[in-house]
Design a protein around this ligand. Sequence first.
Ligand code: XCC
Ligand code: SF4
Length: 647
Amino acid sequence: TKTNSLKGGSTETDHSKKSTDPAVQQMLEKAAREGIQTVWDRYQAMRPLCRFGETGLCCRHCLQGPCRINPLGREPRVGICGATADVIVIRGLDRAIAAGAAGHSGHAKHLAHTLKKAAEGRAPDYLVKDKEKLHSVARRLGIVTDGRPENEIALDVARAALADFHEKDTPVTWVTSVLPPDRLEVFSRHGLVPAGIDHEIAEVMHRTSMGCDADASNLLLGGLRCALGDLAGCYMATDLSDILFGTPSPVVTECNLGVLKAGAVNVAVHGHNPVLSDIIVLVAKEMEAEARAAGAQGINVVGICCTGNEVLMRHGISPCTHSVSQEMAIITGALDALVVDYQCIQPAVATVAECLGTTVITTMDMAKITGTTHVDFSEETAVENARQILRLAIESFTRRRGKPVEIPAMKKKVFAGFSVEAILSALGRLDAGDPLKPLIDHLTAGNIRGVCLFAGCNNVKVPQDYNFITTARKLLEQDVLVLASGCSAGALMRHGFMDPASVEELCGGGLKAVLTAIGEANGLGGPLPPVLHVGSCVDNSRAAALAVALAGRLGVDLDRLPVVASAAEAMHEKAVSIGAWAVALGLPTHVGVMLPVSGGPLVHRILTEEVKGLTGGYFILEPDPESATEKLLEAINERRAGLGLHY
Ligand code: XCC
Ligand code: SF4
């Protein structure tokens, strides 16, 4: 069926303006030929975007509105209630932070329930896979571990996690137990210590509603405190996933659309939570025979977006594509099932799937998509549900069998799995007694100039991956150690930045020597890859943990480290939330897509300058990747100078 073709067809035929990934470009050709509408067509149809929304000058927080402020400084200058441009803009930003925090922490809460059910014997398909991590998290939370059975400890950890959601006598433990005293002191001084994750989200909704907080600086404080609730959610999700599914260690596989196999039952897991995807991966192995009986060469599970990162990091599952190009996996015609949980799933997949015969399977009660198949996945019956899902995939394969498919013959090698534990263990081969010492020594000597965390999504406004690869190339050349998470990691892997063989071409001399020394000490016979994949977006917490360890070893607060963050193609509200906590932690934080704040000159100034006086961190709002790179390097150099280090 071609029911969804865009009226008049797609006009933009230069696919390189849409994506820099050749595999995606090839699928866009196919889509154009077959009249299949994609996200880029819908973007064209939406343009010009609403100026009021784009600049943050639109408010729908009460029924007297919607109000919009004239972005050109003419009337109307205030909303009907008198809210100013700055107040409207920052209220909108705060609500984006709260939504992002709700996403990350909702994912964490789901894991906490899973751990609790597992510990109580109500979810027999889950168990504590990483006992060491369970003990280390428990000890960090002040839970007694000595001589206690594992499920009792696990139950206490799950209860502590759930208790962090509501307001209680003590603040959020996933903030107070993970950050250094200096930083917590900065937070208490400015009233930024979150009392409860859900509490802070609700508080933002309250204070941004009609007739409450009408002071831009005060509203920013509320937003930052909520963002620290988001940090807690991310950190908790990482901890609990590691406990349940294992802490990642180095893995090697391949990525991009070329990992799909014409003759296999191709199943893509898409969304976020390993509660679903980890089980699918395990059950797929057990159902190989069933797939072969149906005439397939086995079951080929691949990943999309962050849940893809979760199963890449822990099982070496091949990522097939990311974020804005998710429809392309379906357009190959080779995808039998798209199994989704929640977050970042374009509802459009349902329509595209209808054209190509893919079965889209939703699994979560709170995230259904009209026109798709729903399997009610619950932890109590996880394996059984996974079998049901995979059987639907096999049925879908039997319908596809023999039909033509077009799988771009493109894939890249990806070396991933860099949890903090894995990084420290790799460094430990250089100095077993003090694994951070080699890192500090190389930073001091200037072999490593600084560290940049790449994070966040693709955004249809940017030619896919262009900002990431432009920025990463320059930073690597300048000896900046690059970590990456989420779909930024996806972008960099699809362009070869996670293949150790590209160190030679991409890295400056200092960085190359360091990556080679670590690789050789670990018996890899070559360097580590240029970019270290730390995991999904909640795993940005791993980068935070590494920064905390570095700061501790150097004896300084986080805002003095030559560490920066960049979300060069941010899309989701979750990316806004992460950016806000990175700023709260004291990091210069680049966002490469305009946040809807340009309509509030005061807000813009607070975010890019004044907040520095509070947390030491600040936003670098810069859509041009070349200038952004310069600014990130400047920030690193400034921090080096502050520590008396020169480059
Ligand atoms: Fe979503 Fe996490 Fe963004 Fe990718 S990076 S588009 S948030 S999947 Ni998190
Ligand atoms: Fe308009 Fe104020 Fe209501 Fe917003 S809260 S819609 S600015 S009257």
